[in-house]
Design a protein around this ligand. Sequence first.
Ligand SMILES: Nc1nc2c(c(=O)[nH]1)N[C@H]1C(S)=C(S)[C@@H](COP(=O)(O)OP(=O)(O)OC[C@H]3O[C@@H](n4cnc5c(=O)[nH]c(N)nc54)[C@H](O)[C@@H]3O)O[C@H]1N2
Ligand SMILES: Nc1nc2c(c(=O)[nH]1)N[C@H]1C(S)=C(S)[C@@H](COP(=O)(O)OP(=O)(O)OC[C@H]3O[C@@H](n4cnc5c(=O)[nH]c(N)nc54)[C@H](O)[C@@H]3O)O[C@H]1N2
Ligand code: SF4
Ligand SMILES: [Mo]
Length: 874
Amino acid sequence: MTEVRTTCPYCGVGCGVIAKPAASGGWSVHGDPSHPANLGRLCSKGSALAETLGLEDRLLTPRVGGAPTGWNAALDLVASRFRDAIDQHGPDSVGFYVSGQLLTEDYYVANKLMKGFIGSANIDTNSRLCMSSSVAGHKRAFGTDTVPGQYMDLEEADLVVLVGSNLAWCHPVLYQRIVAAKKARPFMKVVNIDPRRTATCDIADLHLQIAPAGDVALFNGLLAWIAEKGAVDAAYVARHVEGFEVALSAARSEDLSVTGLPPQLLREFFDLWVRTEKTVTVFSQGVNQSSSGTDKVNAILNCHLATGRIGRPGMGPFSVTGQPNAMGGREVGGLANMLACHLDLENSEHRAAVRDFWNAPAIPSVPGLKAVDMFRAAGEGGIKALWIIHTNPAVSMPEADAVCTAIEACEFVVVSDVTAATDTARRADVVLPAMAWGEKDGTVTNSERCISRQRPFATAPDGPRADWRILCDVAGRLGWAAQFDYDGPAEIFREYAALSGIAGRFGRDFDISGLVDLSTAEYDALAPTVWPLTTVRAGGRFFADGGFFTESGRGQMLPLKRRGPAADTTAAFPFRFNTGRVRDHWHTMTRTAKSPRLSQHMGEPYLEIHPEDAAVLGLQPATIAEVTSPLGRALLRVVTTDRVRPGEVFAPMHWTSESASQARIDALVPSEVDPISGQPESKAAAVSVAPFSAAWYGFAVAGGEIRPRTAYWAKARTKTGWRAELADAAVPQDWEQFARDLFDRSDADAVSVIDAHRGVARVALLDSGRVVATLYAAPDPVAVARAHITGRIGESDAGTVLAGRPGADRPDPGATVCACFDVGVNTILSAIRTGGLTSVEEIGAVLQAGTSCGSCRPELAALLANAAAPRAAE
Ligand SMILES: Nc1nc2c(c(=O)[nH]1)N[C@H]1C(S)=C(S)[C@@H](COP(=O)(O)OP(=O)(O)OC[C@H]3O[C@@H](n4cnc5c(=O)[nH]c(N)nc54)[C@H](O)[C@@H]3O)O[C@H]1N2
Ligand SMILES: Nc1nc2c(c(=O)[nH]1)N[C@H]1C(S)=C(S)[C@@H](COP(=O)(O)OP(=O)(O)OC[C@H]3O[C@@H](n4cnc5c(=O)[nH]c(N)nc54)[C@H](O)[C@@H]3O)O[C@H]1N2
Ligand code: SF4
Ligand SMILES: [Mo]
């Protein structure tokens, strides 16, 4: 096999990648220069894809009750348990909880099975936690869920406003495109609206460090300013918009002090917006994941509708999607309140058309249970059989401990995953092995409505099946073999394109009927294609000339009023708990944690807290914080930083029970949802923070497994094995015995340096004279050269390994900053100092750091600006 063009399985930028067999065996993965999303660029996660293809941790056979089972027996069991529940309790007693990472073909089949044949709308997806406020906001304003613009608008804009989006880390290639555009057009301005000072601020001309949930007030203030300054596009409003007056009058009565922003900064932003016609407003989870998320979306859309800045080059609101197929899932109707192809569940003509097309018995007329309600029903017995596909709700749902209990309490839970080592799969009755990226075959749609192929390049191991096939296997056993008899994804795609043509005839925007006659060979070769694609239209923007999909054909402006987060902070829970992502990990880490490079950027779960708050609480940097909400508890490494505002703390969402002792942060987050979208408020729980009283801290490295049982631990992969951070309230009696247990090496020789008086212990375990594991423990957070130690496994001189510090001849690179070239923080700092480097380009010229994917360039800039940038580990 030569090279295969496919699409990155991570974020919604949807970059094209080229996979080639590597000379050393395995695969190499590079950016596809011909893909319109990235033109050859990749971020750190995309560049490390080849390191995540290994079979360790892969699930290869179905498991029933934990025991390996043949496919037929497992599928028979799944079908009979679903059939029993449907027969005894009706179709609404079963549910599917699926994912914006499913391919369109998988998603289409899941939706068809549940809504068309089982006859319930109980299919919801993790996109409920992600995009549903944008979906609801778009539908309220446009009458349809459509992103009006294209990526090139971000480059053509004179002003890019980022709201609740850490684009530098979460959509890195789009961010790099803006960086390049700004360099080429220096008058271009960027404004970042985020309560945190994130890496994205690196390119921001203005940072509005807004109070949590201040966004509706801010955009109401902007709307009032637009009107006051005569910036309303009266012709556009007169012809294409409804609701202007009521929206404006609500906006005028807003209290802007709730934004927490000084009046002159507000004015600077408002003036910039008003005088810059070519403005794009990009928004993401700081907007969507809120109990007023849908209103936040509409507050932004109001400003674009009032100024007619929509659907024209360099202008428009731009909701960026998170998952690779978040957009595709919305197109197929993967949410419990949608039908398919942007058709409406509540519309009887739409239902009849879809029913006839599918040759289905009945289509439900009422929406199904949304994610939070679905898990509640599973816990309370309303859902008797639940199938979870391609998502890890025991970690990612709010009230995650209650979700775990609900999965355990539900009579029958099936999980389809590539691994059984997840908090969700461990609790399931049946786990079915799915094919992974590189093996599976289908399409995804990115943030700009561009449909791209995910093509297989690696041979799938024996056992796993494609998600669509597993669904069809069960559908056949439920009695619908003929309607689910597909010979491959191309056939599913053609059926889907045909259904979209029917939607098009109803006047819906999602119409790809131009692809209905694709042969399988043409499907295989399909180039990236922006929808709509019909006989009369190919791609492009929406709404420059009106043409909204509302009943009146006009865009709707809405009267809005700011609401605060649902959970109030109190004396007992005084901090706002903001949550989100880090640069090099993907969600619950089942794939990115396989890459040692990606695992080194942020090696453990952490809590960002303002130094003033930390001082009041007596929290020292790098100690462990105990974070508590009325629902749960987490132990996180303390990072004191003024990147967060006083009174607010931030933690990443990625750590699970597989990777840390107690860092599933969604255990702390209440299930408060937006009343319109049902999207949970993932970024504004009320918590308390206290020091965890650790008697000792430790750092451990091993060539093999590490099995910590300490109160605090967090594990990460290294090139040779594992590393772990540890802390506990009780000091072990015998450090050598402790180390043997920790590393599961009862027979290994130990060399130790123990200073009982100072409480310092260093133990190396040896096998045939070579160091196989080392442990460093101290009463304070251990200050050893972690990257150095990690590279010493396999050496014979235990004494120098135990020193924990490199000799002068062997500098310690420090924690990884540039994942592409594996360049550590100390290497960069020393090059800055010794080489007198003053720019990111100079660092690149000397060390290569920042010259490949560019994801670390904001951090390089920060290191230049401040040699002592705070980090989680090191
Ligand atoms: N590296 C990486 N990239 C990813 C992912 C990943 O797991 N890792 N996941 C992908 C997915 S599925 C998604 S949805 C996207 C998410 O992409 P983003 O939305 O950019 O990511 P988050 O870090 O969740 O949140 C963005 C910011 O919202 C801010 N915020 C919190 N509350 C408020 C508020 O009230 N108002 C405003 N204005 N801002 C607020 C937070 O401080 C945070 O910096 O990322 C995608 N890309
Ligand atoms: N507090 C807080 N919580 C959040 C968020 C937040 O910002 N803050 N963000 C929310 C958002 S936006 C999102 S999108 C969710 C994401 O949360 P999840 O969807 O729960 O996270 P993932 O780790 O992406 O889960 C994907 C699962 O699918 C498995 N998998 C991988 N490939 C395949 C495949 O081909 N087939 C199958 N069947 N399985 C596969 C993986 O091993 C993994 O177990 O988290 C949400 N939760
Ligand atoms: S920006 Fe990175 S994670 Fe997102 S699609 Fe591109 S390479 Fe993948
Ligand atoms: Mo997401």
